[in-house]
Design a protein around this ligand. Structure first.
Ligand code: SF4
Ligand code: SF4
Length: 362
């Protein structure tokens, strides 16, 4: 059975408020069956509140609609993310007055309220589930879709795995990043590898050790190819471990709720190169697409990625002088990591299906 994904397009036919995305979003929520699912429950709405001068996070008009819909359905809800107070959500319009419900730190004010679930994947051992997420009856994963340097794509899976957990878990997942091997005894310090990197991703530290910032690294292997002594080599496909860690973390969080108590909404507007946590907004990579909703995380992630097409690339969304790869998804050409990997991993873990059926809500 394909996963059903509701979709409302940004496209419009007339200059009418009812033709715009917030109005379509309200109609989508009514058609989604979400009202019956949340009735009488305590609902955590997980979103990314952004940081700094970000202006591409989910606009308050959509959040307010969702909160009202959930409350009108007979549920209690709160908006949540990590580091809420230090990232000043009020600067982006996320206040209780404005949204109609509290905006809370999911691990508590000091970040110390969580429940640990043990996992066993390489160095990744602890999923510290945020206390307020753990205590909720129902999770709405409300995600702004964009690119992500470490895994290519940031959507519903990223919103959970990097946002519903503690710093320790985030660090353990980031600790899985990798992909290049450097052998000190072979290196003659000719610096060719540094000169060959177009992404400012590598350097030698003060002790002369080769360091790679895997967020910026696109796995282009220029450094490995120019190295005269083969001191830098590609270490299998370890860069995929980060995605595997994200998928495992997402599964661990979602298992707390079960399939009947989760719902996913992906907003595909202001689709930028980087995650909202950077505290900045760059120009969009593609024209705004619309909004999707589903109770299948795999289906909605796959459908979202499929709609972000390289053919629609707006060149100014890419930094000047940045060299794009020539194969794969737009996010793969931009960041060097296959964004579909995390979707396949979620599917392999039994969280849904990549076969999806789009139902348009106009
Ligand atoms: S190109 Fe190879 S030998 Fe030269 S500095 Fe880089 S790692 Fe060392
Ligand atoms: S693989 Fe490419 S992007 Fe990564 S460090 Fe080497 S040259 Fe730079």
């Amino acid at each position: 059975m394909p996963g059903q994904v509701l979709f409302s397009s940004m496209a419009y036919a007339r200059y009418e408020a009812g033709q715009t995305l917030p109005a379509k979003f309200e109609r989508m929520l009514k058609a989604s069956g979400l009202a019956e699912k949340v009735k009488g429950k305590k609902v955590a709405i997980k979103m990314h509140i952004g940081d700094g001068v970000t202006f591409s996070t989910i606009p308050p008009v959509f959040v307010r609609s969702l909160v009202k819909f959930v409350q009108d359905s007979g549920a209690e809800c709160f908006i949540t993310d990590h580091y809420v107070y230090r990232r000043h959500p009020e600067r982006r319009g996320y206040t209780a007055d404005n949204l109609g419900c509290p905006v809370l730190d999911d691990c508590g004010y000091f970040g110390k309220y969580y429940y640990t679930k043990e996992v066993d994947f390489k160095s990744f051992r602890h999923v510290d589930v945020a206390g307020l997420i753990h205590d909720a009856d129902f999770l709405i994963d409300f995600s702004h879709v964009k690119g992500h340097g470490a895994c290519g794509y940031g959507g519903a899976c990223k919103n959970i795995s990097m946002g519903c957990v503690t710093d320790r878990t985030r660090h353990e997942i980031h600790g899985l990043e990798g992909g290049l091997k450097w052998e000190a005894d072979k290196c003659v310090h000719c610096n060719k590898c540094i000169e060959a990197c177009n992404h400012h991703a590598n350097r030698f530290d003060k002790d002369g050790k080769y360091q790679v910032n895997y967020h910026n690294c696109t796995m282009c292997q220029h450094c490995a190819k120019v190295c005269p002594t083969k001191a830098v080599t590609l270490d299998s496909h370890d860069y995929a471990d980060f995605q595997q860690g994200m998928a495992l973390c997402t599964k661990t969080v979602l298992d707390l709720f079960g399939p009947d108590n989760v719902f996913f909404i992906n907003l595909l507007i202001s689709i930028t190169a980087l995650c909202d946590c950077w505290g900045l907004t760059t120009p969009s990579l593609v024209p705004d697409i619309g909004v999707m909703a589903s109770d299948d995380i795999v289906a909605i992630e796959r459908a979202s990625l499929d709609m972000i097409r390289f053919e629609d690339l707006i060149p100014q969304g890419v930094p000047k002088g940045h060299q794009m790869g020539d194969t794969g998804h737009l996010f793969q050409r931009l960041h060097g990591k296959d964004p579909y990997l995390q979707i396949k991993m979620l599917e392999d873990m039994g969280l849904g299906t990549q076969q999806y059926e789009l139902k348009e809500i106009k």
